[in-house]
Design a protein around this ligand. Sequence first.
Ligand code: FAD
Length: 420
Amino acid sequence: MAQFDVIVIGAGPGGYVCAIESAHKGLKTAIVEKRDVGGTCLNRGCIPTKALLHSAELYEELKKCEKYGINVDGASFDFNKIHEYKAGVVTKLRTGVESLFTANGITLIRGEGVITGEGKVCVDGEEYTAENIVIATGSVPAKPPIKGLELEGVITSDELLEGEAEFDDSLIIIGGGVIGMEFASVYAALGCDVTVIEAMDRVLPTLDREISQNLSMILKKRGVKINTGAKVTEIIKNDDGTMKCCFEAKGKAGEVNGKRVLVAIGRRPNTAGLIGEGVEIESDRGRIVVDADFRTSMKGVWAIGDAASRIQLAHLASAQGIFVADKIAGGECHIDLSLVPSCIYTSPEIAAIGMTEDEAKTAGIEYKTGKVLMHSNGKTIIADGERGFIKLVTEAQTGRVLGATLMCERATDMLSELST
Ligand code: FAD
């Protein structure tokens, strides 16, 4: 029976950062992973989508580069090669994380971890003990109870990013959140006929309204069809093998056909089977309940990242991992976790932090807004950028920045300064 100071379950950006930080603090650390090191983010999330976006954006640039004085005849793409490039990026990063484990003396245990008691983790029949266990098991795509969702031809981001390189000339995306809109951007840039079906009254419903309006307009200009306030009722496989998505919008029935259906309606905590028989750790519909320091209801067990957090972002999972490693080592972590920057890599990019105007209004705060339209900004003109803006929400009396929303070239880079 091997004994550790810390056992982390799950090697995604929450878990691997927590393990490395724990090892840096001199704690004897092990990490358990049942799939690939790097978790969702590295293998079937942030990194592969951004690799696909990079190729798609380059292709789009090439198609219009004549206006920059550059002639490229017959620009085309090879989807197999795009996938190979994406896989190469993923492998390189995954190998990098694995070598960080070796370099920091972290024991990597491959298999499924189950918490079998206080300080006990069982992996494929082998028992390990530790004073501290960190749950970092992440999330998996949520599947709503829609008729036809089990049909071949209905996929999630997991299959799309990990599966065969199959380019669809038409794609129906259920869900106009971040994941859905990034895929809409990739596929539209490659010439696919994309339809988005979103149940809320706008895409990206948690962001500033103007972002939703602008992005919808830009994507519609690129040929993407967007149905909002539309609830999918059934998915049917047509005789010719294509898929039909039936939906209801504003009391009327509608339908749309496409080669495949991508379900991107959110993610649920990946905690099924994690907690052994007779062990009790408080959870709420699979999400592990934690206090402000990420302690669960069981002594010595902590939970971070998508398994415990309502905001599901890689950098938040990592920041929580550092925070918990510090706490375990008896230190005081000074990371401010109250403000979480978020970035969306559509074209143009979108980035946000803090309150939106709607949130300030609802909170009854006296606020002001300030907005700069980016169409007269030099960098935007040079890059032939679309309609974009930077909007700040400030406290009326003091001018203190409450929130910022950006939609423009390099928005995701510029957000850091506003976060500070
Ligand atoms: P995960 O990354 O999900 O890792 C959990 C790991 O735990 C997995 O490897 C899993 O196999 C393992 N595991 C689970 N149960 C067990 C067990 N019992 N035993 C052993 N191992 C186990 N976030 C961003 O910040 N920026 C982005 O641009 C971005 N893009 C995204 C694009 C897509 C398509 C998706 C799906 C997600 C994206 N995200 C993005 C979200 C981001 O991927 C997650 O927030 C992040 O991966 C969460 O990290 P985590 O460590 O909590 O969990």
